[in-house]
Design a protein around this ligand. Sequence first.
Ligand SMILES: O=C(O)CCC(=O)C(=O)O
Length: 325
Amino acid sequence: MSRLRDIFKRYTGFLRDLKVVYVINNYLNSDKLQHNKALYKKYGVNKSIFSSIGRKDMPKSTDGIPWIDQPNAIQKVMKHPDFQTFSPDLQQKIIDFIENGYLILEGFLNEKIVQNLNNSIEDVLRNKEADFNFTGKKVMDAHKVSKEADDHFRNPELLKLLSFLLGKKVLPFQSINFREGSEQRAHSDSIHMTTEPEGYLIATWSALEDCHEGNGSLFYYPKSHRLPFVSCEDYNAGHSVWLLGKESYPNYEDKIDAVIKENQLEKKYFHAKKGDLLIWHANLLHGGSGITQKGTTRKSMVCHYYAEDVVCYHELTQRPALINN
Ligand SMILES: O=C(O)CCC(=O)C(=O)O
């Protein structure tokens, strides 16, 4: 079974478009979906826990969105007793996060930690305990086989901050390691990892190497998190009852380019120093710049966290999230 799962990770063909494959996978992972029975009831989602789901199945209300996305968020956050437990510098960054959709912790990881983490990732790749997935760029969930990656993924100081930002305890969901820049077009994580109510996902991006113009820096659009979330209902996803639309993702990316143009969003580059860490909001538009200096690496690690007590799913592939980290 695990061999089959490994093959599917690298597989890019027709089966990936068949909704029924995901439904079978849901049955096979039944234990990881049982908690959704109560959550579907709580949030008014009228579907079986094994079915495909998407934004179209969700109630239309905005009740229960994260406190940082509610009116007067800054005043509410500043009055919270836990706010006082953060340093004045971090308090300011939290306020910036509410306004801009991201914050940066310079030098969060020291030189030694970064070196050990990089060595560990190369070790697990060499030992074939982990591998690049079908994109050829991403090593998924290396934290499952690398202690160093897991320590970073579950760093208690970070979990405290992320839980404070979402106003709910966060659940470590997935990690991704990159050796090179992703060169991904602009997107928001909410198309990949989605929640009901909207916005209960948060991510960290850590530089495991200095980033510069040539090696494909992360880019992002400040304040884009305040725009409406884009779901498969907002562009030509082309899904049918049985199949996911073949052109769904490129059509989504075109839609996001149009949103950026319409709203004249300012683009910023994160020319991070090794050890810097950026936290982005579920709806912040971001991506990876082109690699203009051929052959350069850009080691980095992304960690995604859902919040507890909300419906977690994948809008793009219309399936419930299997949380087992
Ligand atoms: O690291 C990058 O270049 C972009 C990563 C990214 O967009 C993501 O993981 O969502």
